[in-house]
Design a protein around this ligand. Structure first.
Ligand code: AMP
Length: 295
């Protein structure tokens, strides 16, 4: 299964992606996590991305595409994946379609997490990440258990920290960037028939259930990926063109035959030009005017 999760920052994509990993046994590919890892390791890319991320802006498309191309080629992603945070621009979405086409593995669904603005702000301000196991919690809606049973071995408590880009000023910019650059991508997927929307407010299990419901609904429909649809269209056009050419040829053949056989001309003309015949028939069917009595 190849799924894309979309939604504003704080819509809960990451948390639900982690739940789908357990459910389907396929990896979550979070481009934000990949960039943060680079930043932590101090790689060239990490250093470049650091300033951009701190301002709430987007890393350039070419870099993001290189990251995705590498990641989906890994052995653990061969059975499928959950994309979280990619694509974020129209260019990224189109490049992903092409990549999936090249690999012969179309996307199955794109799910939009729909959350109101007030709830988004509340969630982002409460979001905390564990520096040991990388799990994401929310001090308002999904606090970690204490003692922690799901952290790294030997740790009984999560070490929570707030991401720099979750601070208020950066959050406002990230929401603006989402509206300007990412939201338009939704109509691209909606046009392709891949987009499903989940109301992402409520308890975590409720949202997970809604997510599983939309993913299992009508499983054949999402297989009609953008790549497959694009392939089919020209075929239909070619078939329609052949039909039209065939029809024109047959009309011409009938008219020619009528010329060769003068006796049959009238009948052949009738067959070759059915519209004319129809008009004639109509005229013939008109009531005959009564002659005036005064004459
Ligand atoms: P996230 O954890 O998904 O909210 O991503 C954190 C930050 O990483 C974003 O605000 C961007 O600066 C950067 N980032 C993540 N994914 C992408 C992407 N697909 N395109 C561009 N920048 C991205």
């Amino acid at each position: 299964m190849r799924i894309v999760l979309m939604g504003a920052p704080g819509s809960g994509k990451g948390t639900q992606a982690q739940r789908l990993v357990t459910q389907f046994g396929i990896p979550q590919i979070s481009t934000g996590d990949i960039l943060r890892k680079h930043r932590k390791e101090g790689t060239e890319l990490g250093k470049r991305a650091d300033a951009i991320m701190a301002r709430g802006l987007l890393v350039d498309d070419a870099t993001m595409l290189d990251i995705i191309r590498d990641r989906v080629a890994q052995p653990d992603a061969q059975r499928g994946f959950i994309l979280d945070g990619f694509p974020r621009t129209q260019t990224q979405a189109e490049a992903l379609t092409q990549l999936m086409k090249d690999l012969g593995t179309p996307l199955d669904a794109v799910v939009l997490f729909d959350v109101g603005d007030a709830e988004l702000v509340r969630r982002i301000s409460g979001r905390r990440t564990c520096s040991l196991c990388n799990k994401v919690f929310n001090i308002h809606t999904a606090p970690p258990g204490s003692p922690a049973t799901d952290c790294v071995p030997d740790s009984t408590e999560h070490q929570l920290f707030q991401r720099k880009d979750d601070e208020e000023a950066t959050v406002a910019e990230r929401l603006r960037v989402y509206a300007r650059q990412t939201q338009p991508v939704l109509s691209y997927y909606s046009d392709a028939g891949l987009l499903r929307t989940v109301r992402a407010e409520g308890t975590l299990p409720e949202i997970t259930q809604r997510l599983l419901d939309v993913l299992s609904a009508n499983p054949l429909k999402p297989a009609a990926s953008i790549a497959v649809q694009k392939k089919r269209k020209p075929k239909r056009r070619v078939a329609a063109k052949k039909k039209a050419v065939g029809a024109r040829k047959s009309v011409r053949r009938k008219a020619k035959a009528a010329k060769r056989r003068p006796v049959a001309r009238k009948a052949a003309k009738k067959r070759a030009a059915p519209r004319k015949v129809a008009r004639k028939t109509k005229r013939a069917a008109r009531p005959v005017r009564r002659k005036s009595k005064r004459r």
